[in-house]
Design a protein. Sequence first.
Length: 373
Amino acid sequence: MKSVTKIAFRIHGLVGLVAGIFLLLIGLSGSILVFYHEIDATVNVDKLHVEPNGRLPLPLDSLFNIVAQNTDSSTGILYDAYYSNPNVAYEFRIYTPKEKSNSQMWLVSINQYTGEIVRNGAFDISTSFLHWLLVFHYSFRLGGFGILLITIFALLLFTSLITGTIIYRKKFIKTLLFRIQIKNANGKISISNFHRIIGVWSLLFNTIIFFTGFLMTWTSLTPDYWKEENKIPLRQHAFLPKVSIDSLLIETKIIFPDFEVKSIYQSSEDTTELSISGDMKSTSSIYKPNSASVTFNPTTGELIKTFDINNEKSFDNWWGLSYSTHIGTFGGQTTRWLYVFIGLTPGLLSISGALLWWRRKKQKHSDRNKNGI
């Protein structure tokens, strides 16, 4: 078993050196993004704060039309209603075709009471750091190739978790029972013990993050993904439904009486479907957000299909569960705040692991010099 531990130790160190900085960046950005809607509304309050003044929001048809006029070409328009606050401007995303593949998102924030566009620009730092960070978190801002990299680093994280478990297996229980002290005999923080304590206590969380994140990106390892990724989207004007979006939303709430809308998406490439996604109040929070949807033909208003995760097969349930678990919404505000802090553990492990590696390397160099003398 010593040989297995030795091999695991080498792999664990190598993975940490190769993927450490990237896991740190993914973890740090993930912690920030747990509350990215709320942070965005606070940081950009001068742009995004709106006052109802006794007015109702304009019809969604009018708002979609204003947003569509804001672009020459589009592969689709999304209304993001995840963060619903009457004092915060509505958020729309325009998916615009790039020169070759992928779609670049364009952000449009609009005063829902006046129709005034209050923020308008690409998902870059000059428009919104939080939205820039969102794209960075799931693709390093490298398109499909970046998503593949995220998938590879997720696998490396899993490798690190397995090898770390093998290395520290004998002290696992002691660590969980707080019998391993973070300080050494001299009263100084022991980097080795710090690394062990953080690793053991965050093992379950990081395993969940790996598994749920991998479920979202594993298709980047398949040939079909790259066939779709390398398609060149047609440059075309945004398609607006012939049927009122507001009337389709009313019909959705007839189908699902306690439905709360989270997003509405209209593709400019496939003009036969309009999707309204959201949640029902009766659905368990472990499946939210977007646990239900209704799809219509935007030209005729015909109902095409409905989706309710409560009535779906086990795989669909797992998918809904994986998303809510990955972003921390399954337990309300408590788990979201927990994710903010625990999400920093990959970074802490990367830093402490690098310090341990440097200390061992320095020690080996010192030993060689002594032997040489």
